[in-house]
Ligand binder design. Structure first.
Ligand code: MP5
Length: 222
């Protein structure tokens, strides 16, 4: 690696490189409408049902990452699984509170594709590539829910989701992932680093597609 490159944060470099995409994600009408309290309940329920399935699928994704992880990442990643189980309970609690059935729909086309992408990356990619997807998805959610946090009424029935992803403990978790991903990138060769950059961008596109799916209630072809 060029000596200069190891001193520059991989994450910061990628975020700067794809800034217009990232901004597009943060400007998504789904986030704006949730922030402003104008999101129809049925629209929000579409996201809840789909994200519940996504979070569930994230558990075997993390498990597959653990299989490739260095020893010192086992415990933190096991902690991620515990956090995901807790998150599923948050979805169940909110769903019950507002009368939404979380088993009301199969994964949408976009959700299905995103989950396949997670699993394929964890099983077929390198550890650093899988970790890139993990970081980017978590950072995307943190930044997205920060947008919502900036204006949502604290008494909103959706506020517990804001607290979950925009809160301080999630911010610290994302900062930890960022530091670890920067280390993995510094240890990677140029070819792997280029591929990690591609995964970074692809994951961001899936995140935009996910908000879009939730906002439009996308249907499967056929
Ligand atoms: C996350 C999520 C955050 N719940 N859904 C999508 C589509 N992207 C990212 O992941 P986690 O594991 O719920 O914190």
């Amino acid at each position: 690696m060029h000596p200069e490159e190891s001193r520059v944060s991989f994450c910061a470099t990628q975020l700067a490189r794809i800034r217009p995409l990232w901004e597009r994600m943060l400007a998504h009408p789904f986030l704006r409408d949730t922030r402003d309290g104008t999101i129809p309940d049925e629209r929000f329920a579409v996201w809840m049902r789909q994200d519940y399935l996504f979070v569930e699928a994230a558990i075997p994704f993390i498990a597959a990452l653990i299989a490739k992880a260095p020893r010192e990442h086992w415990e933190p990643l096991a902690g991620v699984i515990t956090a995901l189980e807790k998150e599923l309970k948050l979805f169940q609690e909110r769903a019950e509170a507002v009368g939404v059935s979380l088993r009301g729909a199969p994964p949408s086309f976009t959700n299905h594709a995103y989950i396949q992408f997670l699993m394929a990356t964890a099983h077929r990619g390198s550890y650093a590539e899988g970790y890139t997807v993990l970081y980017t998805a978590e950072k995307a959610y943190h930044d997205s829910w920060k947008v919502v946090q900036a204006g949502i009424d604290r008494s909103s029935k959706w506020y517990p989701f804001v607290e979950n992803w925009a809160g301080e403990s999630f911010a610290q978790y994302v900062a930890y992932l960022e530091q670890q991903l920067d280390l993995l990138a510094a240890q990677a060769g140029p070819a792997e680093r280029a591929s990690m950059a591609e995964y970074f961008e692809l994951t961001t596109k899936y995140e935009i597609a996910f908000w879009e799916m939730a906002a439009t209630g996308e249907e499967w072809p056929g």
